[in-house]
Design a protein around this ligand. Structure first.
Ligand SMILES: NC(=O)c1ccc[n+]([C@@H]2O[C@H](COP(=O)([O-])OP(=O)(O)OC[C@H]3O[C@@H](n4cnc5c(N)ncnc54)[C@H](OP(=O)(O)O)[C@@H]3O)[C@@H](O)[C@H]2O)c1
Length: 360
């Protein structure tokens, strides 16, 4: 029964995806006599926390939460941020028992939320459906522990491992259902990132084109500031946030981009320092970055240990061509034993295409 209620809390939490960063996704369910009497989730950054939303829902149903059990996917907070501490609301509502999924690694909480509830006489059970609750917030946990965003490296390839034809043409490899899923992923992340060659080759827009979807920040790794002023990215920069990461300190060269609405971030050296770039994205509250190409940037991030998850969309097609690019460039590993091994594999179909996802 505990797992059933926690599953419900997880599915409520999912509804906040793409809107809560840098906060986590959290869902909560209030239960009495085996029946749900209130439920809620953290809907957006700065908004009500899940526990308070569930209590609110219970009151709105004309019910009292006194004596009820609360199922919450993440340890309740005990500090004042944009919202007052959830532990206070839980204690004030006379809740009898609290079932918690994930522990909160945020140093401001980290066990203190649970201790505050126990001190107030509430029976707390931890680790309920913990791995499912942890999976919900992998980007949040990574960001809070490292200060860096969780990096999701995504590419589309043919069954013979090609991400473009030998001519460079790459549209389209996958079908509509897979591409729509990528738009859903864009809506869920704080930023999408590409290398300059992808911009020069494909002139992508990198927006989220599903109804109601939110556009992530678009980031181009462009050391020499070669992004064309008439590219789709620059032309739409007034409406969609766009950041050019470069190594050009001559600010006169920034001006046209700034006038078009781009942000220009300069790094020392000859190549954009990817760790420094990710650190600066993490510092502005972005906890997940989707990397959409190409092979050179992908390898640079992977080999620097900066990628946490890989999503490979595989189309039932063959391009052939020994000069046609594959998903990752660079030097590659010298021997099979040196391979980057993936775990927690998930396979899903999108129309005729398959997506294989795994964690590094
Ligand atoms: N099928 C797919 O999923 C997919 C997705 C995207 C792209 N593509 C294809 O991939 C191709 C482009 O890929 P690509 O490998 O040629 O280039 P890329 O990865 O798009 O861009 C690489 C460039 O990024 C810049 N960069 C800046 N900082 C960097 C850093 N720290 N490390 C690495 N690169 C850095 C470098 O140019 P500077 O030094 O000048 O900055 C580098 O040459 C296109 O043909 C495109 O169609 C396919």
């Amino acid at each position: 029964m505990h797992e059933t209620f926690m599953r419900r809390a997880i599915s409520l939490a999912e509804r906040g995806r793409g809107h809560t960063a840098p906060n986590p996704l959290v869902g909560a369910v209030l239960v009495r006599d085996g029946k749900i009497i209130g439920e809620g989730f953290h809907a957006f950054y700065g908004g009500l926390h899940a526990e308070r939303a569930a209590l609110e829902d219970c009151f709105q149903r004309g019910l009292s939460p006194a004596g009820a059990s609360l199922y919450v996917t993440l340890e309740p907070c005990c500090h004042t941020g944009k919202q007052p501490p959830c532990t206070e609301a839980i204690l004030a509502a006379d809740i009898r028992a609290v079932f918690v999924g994930s522990s909160d690694p945020n140093p401001l909480v980290a066990g203190k939320g649970i201790a505050a509830l126990r001190q107030g006489g509430i029976a707390v059970t931890e680790h309920v459906s913990e791995s499912a609750c942890d999976a919900l917030n992998a980007p949040f946990f990574h960001h809070i522990r490292t200060g860096l965003p969780f990096v999701l490296l995504k590419y589309a390839m043919t069954l013979d491992g090609k991400t473009a034809c030998a001519s460079g043409a790459s549209r389209w490899i996958t079908g509509e259902a897979a591409r729509e899923e990528v738009h859903r992923t864009r809506a869920a992340v704080g930023a999408v990132m590409v290398g300059i060659n992808t911009v020069l080759q494909d002139d992508p827009l990198l927006t989220c084109r599903i109804p109601g979807g939110r556009n992530p920040l678009r980031v181009v790794c462009d050391s020499g500031l070669r992004t064309p002023l008439d590219s789709a990215l620059v032309k739409t920069a007034a409406e969609v946030p766009t950041l050019l990461a470069c190594c050009v300190s001559d600010t006169a060269r920034h001006e046209a981009y700034l006038a078009a609405g781009c942000e220009v971030l300069t790094f020392p050296g000859r190549r954009v320092d990817l760790r420094a770039l990710l650190t600066s994205l993490g510092a502005r509250g972005i906890n997940e970055v989707l990397v959409e190409g190409g092979a050179e940037l992908g390898w640079a991030l992977l080999s620097a240990g900066l990628v946490q998850r890989v999503q490979a969309y595989i189309a039932p097609k063959l391009f052939g061509g020994k000069n046609a690019p594959s998903a990752l460039g660079g030097t590659g590993v010298p021997y099979p034993i040196d391979a980057f091994a993936l775990k927690n594999m998930h396979i899903r179909s999108f129309g005729a295409d398959v997506r294989i996802e795994g964690d590094l």
